[in-house]
Design a protein around this ligand. Structure first.
Ligand SMILES: Nc1ncnc2c1ncn2[C@@H]1O[C@H](COP(=O)(O)OP(=O)(O)OP(=O)(O)O)[C@@H](O)[C@H]1O
Length: 247
């Protein structure tokens, strides 16, 4: 089943075109790596899917429903610096706030909300730290809170914006395993990353972006060095091409 469908998406920021004619389909169960150079428009693509950035044209659907009616089916993990870490709340309250759209302004959190929070906190291995103020967490712990916050919605689609930046190897592995497990459960996972080698080894699908979609496919279908040169300007003979397994 198609979980996320983006058609003919065009976005301009500050009067300049950033994305043009983007078509992207993420199936349920896909773990897609969205990769491209700095300024390629990866964050803008995620934010325009969510409606945080205005689309000049194009449509976004989640499980066949227009995004306006399906926004709560998407969990979003922004880059870490975008969250107000000095806000005086605990881990579990920060995660509960991820369900605010579901809880609404009037209804108090119910049993199911607390169950969803507990599950999400446990899945990222933060149960022992659930009462700690978020301002006292390390970078890796903060990243795990952001992931739990998105999972508390029990989303069909998970959008992750550079979730590995500044993380040590064990935390990267914990999160990579979790994202792969979520996709095996049938969720669609779309992740931006600058770790190209990790992406081709862990993602089921790669989408190369640079202002528009250059190519999409299984990692083994993207072995043509010309695609990577077009997307990134990687020079001929670069050891990175060998690490990516492309010729
Ligand atoms: N608020 C804004 N106003 C004007 N231009 C913007 C704004 N935000 C981003 N841009 C521009 O849009 C382009 C795409 O930015 P975006 O952050 O989406 O790229 P990215 O692929 O996520 O980059 P990076 O890998 O560096 O995080 C860049 O040229 C950037 O300068």
């Amino acid at each position: 089943m198609t979980a996320l469908s983006v058609k003919s998406l065009t976005v301009a920021l500050g009067g300049r075109p950033v994305l043009r004619d983007v078509d992207l389909t993420v199936e349920a169960g896909d773990f897609m790596g969205l990769i491209g150079p700095n300024g390629a428009g990866k964050t803008t693509l995620l934010r325009s899917v969510l409606g945080l950035v205005k689309r000049s044209s194009g449509t976004v659907e989640v499980e066949g429903a227009p995004i306006a009616r399906a926004r709560q089916r998407i969990g979003y993990v922004p880059q870490r610096h975008e969250f107000a870490w000095d806000f005086p709340i605990s881990v579990e309250d920060a995660v509960l706030a991820g369900r605010v759209r579901r809880v609404g302004w009037i209804r108090r959190p119910g049993v199911d909300d607390h169950r969803a929070v507990n599950e999400a906190v446990a899945r990222v291995g933060m149960t022992a730290l659930r009462r700690r103020p978020v301002g006292q967490l390390s970078g890796g712990q903060r990243q795990r809170v952001l992931v739990a916050r998105a999972l508390a919605l029990r989303p069909s689609v998970l959008l992750l914006d550079e979730p590995f930046t500044g993380l040590d190897v064990p935390t990267q592995e914990l999160l990579t395993d979790l994202f792969a497990e979520l996709s095996r459960e049938g969720r669609a996972v779309l992740m931006t990353t600058h770790d190209l080698v990790a992406a081709v080894h862990t993602c089921s699908t790669i989408c190369l972006v640079n202002g528009t979609v250059i190519a999409t496919g299984a990692p083994e279908a993207l072995r043509d060095a010309a695609l990577w040169r077009t997307a990134f300007g990687i020079r001929d003979g670069s050891p990175l091409l060998a690490a990516l397994g492309v010729k």
